[in-house]
Design a protein around this ligand. Structure first.
Ligand SMILES: [Zn+2]
Length: 148
């Protein structure tokens, strides 16, 4: 599910970076201003027949929403959604929540791995059942009174 040895805390920081900087990063702004994005955007709106893909409203002011920024610059059609301004606002909030949940999960996995590595060694998830080790880790946290 997540790659081992890929720099655990660095990984977490990258996720957090997306969450806090998100669409205001220089890379994002440069891309959104590019001819490539404007063309893709126009194609998506045409494909959606000038209607919001969430509520179906025909609107002259449609936005093309990124469901995910994972493939920014090389989006798949399924990464994008044509939305009216109302649905767009709603979708932005949902994406923020999804990113936060995913970052929290990532952080949890990193903590679990650190703990299990200390206890069982580097290849713990090769020799032990991950869900059992996770339960053990939770119990250990409970005993410590760590309510994370
Ligand atoms: Zn809509």
């Amino acid at each position: 599910m997540w790659s081992r040895g890929a720099g655990r805390s660095g990984c977490w920081r990258r996720w957090w970076g997306w969450l806090s900087v998100g669409e205001h990063s220089a890379e994002y702004r440069a891309y959104i201003a590019s001819a490539k994005w404007r063309r893709l955007r126009a194609d998506m709106i045409k494909l959606a027949e000038n209607k919001c893909q969430a509520c179906g409203a025909a609107s002259p002011r449609l936005s093309v929403h990124h469901i995910t920024y994972e493939r920014l610059g090389k989006e798949r059609p399924s990464d994008l959604l044509v939305l009216c301004s109302f649905c767009h606002e709603h979708a932005d909030r949902k994406r923020e929540r999804d990113v936060a949940a995913s970052a929290a999960r990532h952080h949890w996995n990193a903590r679990l791995d650190g703990w299990a590595t200390k206890r069982y060694g580097e290849d713990w998830n090769y020799y032990y059942d991950e869900s059992e080790v996770e339960e053990e880790f939770e119990e250990w946290l409970d005993r410590r009174g760590d309510d994370y």
